[in-house]
Each structure stands twice: as C-alpha cells, then as structure tokens.
Design a protein around this ligand. Structure first.
Ligand SMILES: NC(=O)c1ccc[n+]([C@@H]2O[C@H](COP(=O)([O-])OP(=O)(O)OC[C@H]3O[C@@H](n4cnc5c(N)ncnc54)[C@H](O)[C@@H]3O)[C@@H](O)[C@H]2O)c1
Length: 434
C-alpha cells in the first residue's frame, strides 16, 4: 500500500514509521520545514524510546521518506491519513478543526485515483462527514471515501502500543474503504490483534469515550486520595484493594498530581463541549475536569505546607516536569501549573528532567535547570518528586538528604515511603493520599 501521512507530529511520525515497518510505502508530510529537514537528516524531533532505530531501518529500506510537498505525497496514494493537531479552541473548549479541514482541502486537490482519506486525529462526532463534504466540494471529480481511525498510542510506549495494540478501531461507510483499511492493518490482523470495524460516528465517539473514561478513573483515585488525607488510609493500598477486582482493574489507579498531557485535558474539554452543544451535558466529564483542576491546586498547598506555609525565601527542587516519563512532551503538564505558583510565591525553583529541558525552557521561565537530582537538591528546603522517571525511582536518599538545607520530601507519585525517607535522613515525607 502507498500511504501519505499528513502531519508528522507524535502520532503522524510514530504511525508513519510503524506503517513503513509493516512493509507499506510511507511518505510523511509536514508544513514545518525545520522538522522535515531534521527528519530528512535522520534526526528525530521528539523523544520516544526506540523511534530513532525503527525510523532509520525503514528509511534505509527505502519505504519511508519525509517531505513538505503534500501534493506529490498524496498523488497516487491508496490512503491518506490526517494526523494534524486538534487543540482546544480558544475560549470555548471545542476541538479546533482548522488544521483538519485545511488538510482535507489540500488533499482534495491532490488526490489521483481511488483514495481513502483517513482521519487519525482525535475529532468530534460528525467531523469525518464534514471532511467528506469539504473534499467533494473542493474536487467534485475525486474518487474517494473517508474513514475514521482514531489512535490510542501512549507517548513513551508509542511503538509498542502501535505494534501490539489492545484494538484498532476503523470507522467506514462501505466495503471498498474497508478493504483498503484491512490491507493496511493486515500485519496486525494476522497476529490476532482485534480490529473493530464500526460506522464513522461510533469510531469518532470511541476515542473520546476512552479518554474521558481514563481521565475519570485517574480523577476518582485522586479524589479518594484527598479523602484519605483527611480520614486516614493509604491510597496505594486502596488502589490495590479495588484494582484486584477484575471489574475495576489495576490500571490508571495511581494517585498523583492530576492528569495532564496532550490528550486528556483537551479531549475531556471537547467532550464536555459536544454535550453542551447537543443539550446533553456530560456531567461526569465536566466534574472530572473541575476536580482535576482542584487536585493540581491541592498539590501546590502540599508543597506550601512543606515550605513552612510560605514560598518566599525557600528553595524547591523539582524532579521531573514532563507530563509523564519517557517523553519530552510538556503539553498541559501539571508542572506548568505548579512551578509558576511556587515562583509567583517567591520560591527559588531548581528543576531536573531527563528529557524535559528542550521544551520546558521556554515554558518555565525563571527556573534553574540542573543536570541531576543531587545538584537540584543542593541547599534546597524541599524536594518535590513530580514526574516518575526511572532515574528518580532509586535515588540515594541519604546522599540527597545530605545535600539539602532542610531535608523534606513531597512525593507526588508515591514512589518512596515515609519510613524509608525518614530512615535516610529526611525530616519529613509527604506523599499523596497516605
Ligand atoms: N500525542 C498523543 O499521544 C496522541 C495520542 C492519540 C491521539 N492523538 C491525536 O492525534 C492528533 C495529532 O496529535 P499530535 O500529538 O501528533 O500533534 P502534534 O502537534 O505533535 O503534530 C501535528 C503536526 O501536524 C502538522 N500540520 C498541521 N497542519 C498541517 C498540514 N495542513 N499539512 C501538513 N502538516 C500539518 C504540524 O506542523 C505538526 O507537526 C491530535 O488530534 C491528537 O489528539 C495524539
């Protein structure tokens, strides 16, 4: 199959690389010239474990290339994937479809022969039908179908998620498009990964329902954690106690500083907006959004308490600022709410993150970047574990405590325990929900 991938961000690049590894001929397109130049030079613009090796392998095999020239990439393709961003529209929470519709128009003018135009971006119900209208209006002679193929990969584990998915969802309108999509995903089908074929609307809704459900699960355990802090109980034990129930499951039950990232905040906002627009308020999702905001504020209060109730004059070491480990993505990371509050209160903030600095430097003005946790903690009053990178899971706590002015830990990921930290020389340990 010949595939054109429009948008070479996290999803477009990972999908393009993995499709080429399936054996398809893939051209990845992006408007950002600098990004394409980097990729053409063999450099990967994002941090995603294993992506560099897989990309180099498929470029060398002649199956994968990068261009800014959409017209040439689309001409003759069997399938054109739209993987551009759908950020939150300023002001109303709606998914901004400007990039999707602009891409659809460009694709319309470039298609030659039968083509399936596949939306991989996360889009509200009805968008694929609008894409159909836009393409038909821009090029009435175009021979095409649309398909919805939402992506479920997680940053940090994206290649494994793409190659070994829990399921692939494909929304289609007819057999002709189904056949093309089946051919594209044949390698997964042969390995028995479930391919779910639905109508367009169901596929679109599955993606929002999945993300809203996961955000709800995280927020639920975060709310239980807050209650534990008032009434007793250890949220880690509670999560284990409920997670062993097969109906509940143990994933997404780690209490922490609130969800962030490139998907959950914008997708919950978009789902809430869709509900409002159709006189069916998504009350659970709306509450989840509000509670998640409160969780982040509660984390700031936790750190303030550890700083003797005032940030002014204190030095705080922050371990991890990306929204989760194994990515350099800072979009909607809890650090973007927490760190400015500390600085605004007068704290001096030192930061260490294995991959976060390239994105984070511009987003977190006023912090001092350090090379390792011990340098960050030097003469600090409080160390805050914010993102659970492996690099922070087995720290030499005695050494860490020894470098600090007052050895206090706020562990927003519950990596350590009170007994271990106190034995290692910390004077206080504060976790989440314990
Ligand atoms: N990041 C994730 O983990 C993830 C997971 C699942 C789904 N998604 C969804 O996938 C979509 C893409 O997300 P992302 O994180 O990859 O976004 P991104 O911002 O990393 O990448 C989008 C890319 O599209 C390019 N682009 C925009 N318009 C273009 C056009 N007309 N032609 C060519 N290139 C164009 C941009 O320059 C950018 O490089 C979103 O809808 C998102 O919700 C993301």
């Amino acid at each position: 199959m010949r595939i054109a991938m429009i948008g070479t961000g996290y999803v477009g690049l990972v999908s393009g690389v993995c499709f080429s590894d399936f054996g398809h001929d893939v051209v990845c397109v992006d408007k950002a010239e600098q990004k394409i130049q980097m990729l053409q030079a063999g450099d990967v613009p994002i941090y995603e474990p294993g992506l560099d090796v897989l990309m180099a392998k498929n470029v060398a095999a002649g199956r994968l290339s990068f261009t800014t020239d959409l017209t040439t990439a689309v001409a003759g393709a069997d399938a054109v994937f739209i993987a551009v961003g759908t950020p939150t529209r300023r002001g109303d929470g709606h998914a901004d479809l400007t990039y999707v519709m602009a891409a659809a128009e460009e694709i319309a003018r470039a298609v030659t022969g039968y083509t399936v135009i596949v939306t991989k971006s996360t889009v509200p119900v009805g968008t694929n039908r609008k894409v159909h209208e836009v393409v038909a209006a821009a090029n009435p002679a175009a021979d095409f179908d649309v398909a919805s193929n939402p992506e479920f990969l997680r940053e940090g584990a994206a290649i494994d998620d793409f190659m070994r998915p829990d399921r692939v969802v494909v929304g289609v309108e007819n057999d002709r498009a189904t056949e093309v999509m089946a051919e594209i995903y044949r390698p997964l089908y042969l390995r028995d990964f479930p391919i779910l074929t639905t109508d367009l609307e169901s596929a679109e809704m599955i993606k929002y329902a999945a993300n809203a459900f996961l955000a709800t699960k995280i927020t639920f355990i975060n709310e239980i954690a807050g209650l534990c802090e008032r009434v007793g109980g250890d949220v880690k034990e509670i999560a284990r106690g409920i997670g062993l129930d097969g109906r509940i499951g143990n994933k997404f039950l780690h209490a922490g500083p609130g969800y962030g990232g490139s998907c959950f905040p914008k997708d919950t906002a978009a789902l809430a907006r869709i509900g409002q627009e159709h006189a069916h308020p998504m009350q659970i999702t709306e509450t989840v959004i509000r509670v998640n905001d409160e969780v982040k504020k509660r984390m700031i209060e936790k750190i303030r308490e550890a700083c003797d109730d005032r940030f002014n004059g204190k030095t705080v070491a922050i371990l991890g600022v990306t929204f989760k480990p194994n990515t350099d993505d800072m979009r909607d990371a809890p650090s973007l709410t927490i760190v400015p509050a500390l600085i605004g209160g007068g704290a001096k903030v030192r930061v260490v993150d294995p991959q976060g600095m390239s994105e984070g430097e511009a987003l977190l003005p006023g912090v001092e970047w350090c090379d390792d946790p011990y340098a960050a903690a030097m003469d600090a009053d409080v160390v805050v574990l914010l993102t659970e990178w492996n690099e922070f899971r087995a720290l030499n706590l005695t050494e860490l405590a020894g470098t600090m002015r007052t050895a206090r830990m706020v562990d927003l990921r519950n990596i350590y325990s009170e007994s271990t930290t106190l034995k290692s020389g910390f004077e206080t340990y504060v976790g989440v929900g314990r």
